[in-house]
Unconditional design. Sequence first.
Length: 279
Amino acid sequence: MTLRKSPSNRPSHYGQLSLNFEKRHGKTIIENYYQLPPLRSGRALHINPKNPSEATVYMVETSGGLVAGDQNKFEINLAEDANVCLIPQSATKAYPSFNGMWSTQNIDVSIGPKATLAWKTEAMIPYETAKFKGKTVINMAKDASLLWGEILAPGRATHGEKLKYENLKTNFQVWLEDECLIYDALSFSPNQTDLGQLGLLENHLYVGSLWFVSPYAQEIDIKKLNEELQEIADVKVGAALLEKKAVNLRWLASDLVLLKQEMDRVWEILSDYIVEKKL
């Protein structure tokens, strides 16, 4: 493949990872795959004692992050009754945009009948002057299940880069066959908008989102779930039921470690809930 040169004379990379899963003899396997560096995946591991049929796959970005002009693309397909847990091995990093170009990441997912996909929570970290666009489109059968977590960071907070990126745009969509159930678009430009104002981030730095889409979502007691969410200093969180088909939890936090711990706790609760209902 011939790589075009970016204005900074650095060759942009075009990473791609395509994974197709199906269930055979009671276990989910990778039926076929395609990987174009810097995106790679490990083999399917069957390590979940609560759900032996589940395939756990670690995904790796070997370049360390996205430089301006870089493009990463994920294509994930689950056949009927497949059970998959995808785990990014590290946070997604968008490096400074010295040439003014955007770095992009597109994720396209298809979930077949009675299949379940869990995408483990990880952070998106934009460096100073970074410009990042992320788009995720998930098409799923009405009897399929999805558990998806993500965190938007303010930058390299430990290096003093808080809200110094140029642009951060994300678009998350979930389609139940022909119905658009979720359309969640976020756009942050710290140089143009005071993100600390009332109604936006206020005094918080991190935005955490957890999505649970399943035919079992309507059975969740949202009032009880909200009561069980831990009250932590400098953390705001709320849960809502969408059309009796999905549950959304949103966090605003100032401490990444505490946020990830709490999101992982709720993620495990919902993951166990899916297994309990399906078994």
